[in-house]
Write a protein that binds this ligand. Structure first.
Ligand code: 5CA
Length: 157
């Protein structure tokens, strides 16, 4: 049997030197609100792993569950006229995982990764672990270290 997405993610995390404690929530963690409810944390502590297309190149934006990405700010940061949200096929192609379960690292292809500054203000945040019913906790410092993400102010003002 092929490994499940959660097993695939855990193995990738281990390869990157990160021990993740994935928690499974049968009630589902598909959206940030669902995940916050399941975990019992603030929605701002949920990491949304959002893929955007920057002139055909996928860019992953780790966004606080409390924020929406301002696409014009993102485009300006990338020095582009515009960016578009990736569709479901593009997300799977770029990351190897489906929307709702896209983890913040451990992807099929190397991705440029940006991180919403608002995520760095918490002791612990929770991100998807490969499936729409699994998440894992991580300190923002470790998230930045393992992703190599650039911290940006990207939320809508
Ligand atoms: N598991 C949760 C919390 S960790 C999660 O993955 N949240 S998420 O925000 O990173 O992923 C869901 C996001 O996928 C939604 O916020 C939405 O922006 C995006 N999305 C949902 N459906 C589509 C779709 N059909 N096409 C493109 N993006 C979509």
């Amino acid at each position: 049997m092929p490994p499940s997405a959660i097993e695939r993610f855990s193995a990738r995390a281990a390869d990157l030197g990160v021990t993740v404690e994935c928690r499974d929530f049968p009630e589902g963690t598909r959206t940030a609100v669902d995940a916050a409810r399941a975990v019992g944390c603030d929605v701002g502590q949920i990491v949304k792993s959002l893929v955007f297309c920057a002139e055909g190149t996928p860019v992953l934006v780790l966004t606080s569950g409390a924020n929406r990405v301002d696409e014009q700010r993102l485009a300006a940061h990338l020095e582009l006229a515009r960016v578009d949200k990736a569709n479901a096929d593009d997300v799977r192609r770029a990351t190897g995982f489906a929307i709702g379960g896209t983890p913040p690292f451990g992807h099929d292809t190397p991705l440029r990764i940006l991180c919403d500054r608002d995520l760095t203000g918490h002791d612990q945040v929770w991100a998807a672990a490969g499936t729409p019913r699994s998440v894992f906790p991580i300190a923002p410092e470790q998230l930045l270290e393992v992703t190599g993400a650039e911290v940006v102010d990207i939320g809508q003002r």
